[in-house]
Design a protein around this ligand. Structure first.
Ligand code: SAH
Length: 433
């Protein structure tokens, strides 16, 4: 979500005449987009911010902006006082304060003397970069649901991103159309509970309906969506994933824990048995599907036996991807206010490593079964002589090739497999594609 927010800000800045600088020290505008989902993310943002402070002291003309969850949707009074050297603050998913600030600054600095950089042109008072010059990534993140109204006990997101708001379907489709005109091949539809798309509004399509509409875009090769909450996955949605070839057979649906009491304390709204049933239903309805989960270890009060239930769930379900986190108390959340953070750090780490090792074994075995198979890969970028891309199921694949494979969807024969990636070679002439 933050990557999507940053990309949107970057395009807005480009429309104002700014371009990406090679070094932070050479920038006229620096905006830090911040996350607070865990303490480590917050520490990182604060550390980075203090490292930028000397630049601001050296160059008072530098515009320093802070965006995202550290600002929050509610108000900025507190943070303004705490960070007086930051010029402008913007809430998550809303770059307007930054853009307004820069327009005002440009106007007062009489930009009429300013020479437009190469390729730019003036358009009603602002500089515009021609569309086709903007280099787009192969895969674009598209927020379709802003905010969240679920309030899991541990989670700060509803407090920082505000209540759930679905985005207008027509606007989403037009956004995607403009991206595919710029050669984007894959869209990833985003929401904290993406499978609730439309449910907060009257007369909006469901996520399944929206996927059907997006599927009509001819330039698009792949459509993904994340993250789903277990309670909102409908059969209609699963059928669309099975039926539409562009919609990838991969579902991110976090369990968070495998013990019923922990799940209740987390306010997740389902039991271990219900989660297991859901996984069975997804697998029954979508042959070849891959499934990702998020797990939090060391939630307040989690005993060894309760943790073992999470291990058992994963061992039984053998999901494809696990995003792991150690519980981090977030100020103002229900668990932070009412439950002591009583699982010692060493125990959190131990549980973290237990799940990590289990998942490494599962992923190694699952990938080994792909050896010699031919799979379709959408290539995204070249890193250190190797092209990298993903399979339908989100497996990371490397292929060595001198050809320009960017944005191409090609069959690849898998020749090596590991727990976290695969290596293969092109199984067909890419010029034919
Ligand atoms: N809305 C999505 C994603 C939320 S943030 C969802 O509910 O699945 C991504 C992940 O961060 C969550 O799934 C959760 O596993 C983790 N997370 C959120 N708050 C956390 C906290 N306080 N401590 C540790 N992990 C947390």
């Amino acid at each position: 979500m933050n990557v999507a927010d940053s990309q949107r800000l970057a395009s807005a800045l480009e429309r104002l005449g700014y371009s990406e600088s090679a070094k932070v020290e050479e920038s006229d505008v620096i905006v830090l987009n911040t996350c607070m989902v865990r303490q480590s993310a917050e520490d990182k943002a604060l550390g980075r911010l203090s490292s930028l402070k000397p630049l601001k002291e050296k160059n008072p003309n530098l515009v320093l902006g802070l965006m995202g969850c550290m600002v929050g949707f509610r108000g900025q009074a507190d943070i303004r006082k705490k960070l007086p050297y930051v010029d402008v603050f913007a809430p998550p998913s809303d770059a307007k304060p930054i853009i307004d600030y820069l327009i005002e600054k440009q106007t007062t600095e009489a930009i009429n003397d300013f020479q437009p950089p190469k390729g730019f042109r003036w358009e009603s008072g602002t500089l515009v970069l021609p569309k086709n010059q903007r280099k787009r990534a192969v895969s674009a993140n598209i927020p379709i649901v802003y905010g969240c109204s679920h309030a899991c006990a541990y989670c700060i997101i509803p407090y920082k991103r505000g209540a759930e708001r679905s985005r207008d379907p027509q606007e989403i489709i037009e956004h995607i159309n403009s991206l595919t005109e710029q050669n984007v091949k894959e869209v990833v539809l985003l929401g904290q509970i993406v499978d609730r798309y439309g449910l907060d509004m009257e007369e909006y399509p469901t996520l399944a309906g929206l996927l059907r509409e997006i599927d009509k875009n001819e330039g698009l090769k792949r459509i993904r969506f994340l993250t789903s909450h277990p309670n909102w996955i409908t059969d209609e949605l699963l059928d669309v994933v099975r039926e539409l070839p562009k919609v990838m057979r991969h579902i991110e649906v976090p369990a968070q824990a495998g013990n019923d009491e922990v799940l209740r304390n987390m306010r997740r709204g389902y039991t271990d048995a219900e989660y297991r049933k859901l996984i069975e239903r997804i697998r029954d309805r979508i042959p070849g599907v891959s499934i990702g989960t998020d797990i939090i270890v060391g939630f307040p009060g989690e005993t060894d036996a309760q943790f073992q239930d999470t291990v058992n769930q994963l061992r039984d379900l053998r999901l494809d991807v696990v995003h792991l986190a150690r519980y981090s108390p977030r100020t103002g959340t229900l668990s932070e206010r009412t439950m002591p953070d009583d699982v010692p750090d060493e125990v959190k780490w131990e549980r973290f490593r237990t799940i990590e090792a289990l998942q490494e074994t599962i992923a190694t075995e699952k990938h080994a079964a792909m050896l010699g198979a031919t799979v379709e890969v959408l290539f995204e970028e070249k890193k250190k002589h190797r092209w990298q891309g993903r399979t339908e199921n989100m497996d990371l694949v490397f292929v060595e090739s001198d050809l320009d494979l960017r944005g191409k969807l090609l069959p690849v024969k898998i020749e090596w497999t590991g727990p976290w990636s695969l290596i293969g070679s092109l199984a067909a002439d890419p010029l034919v594609n």
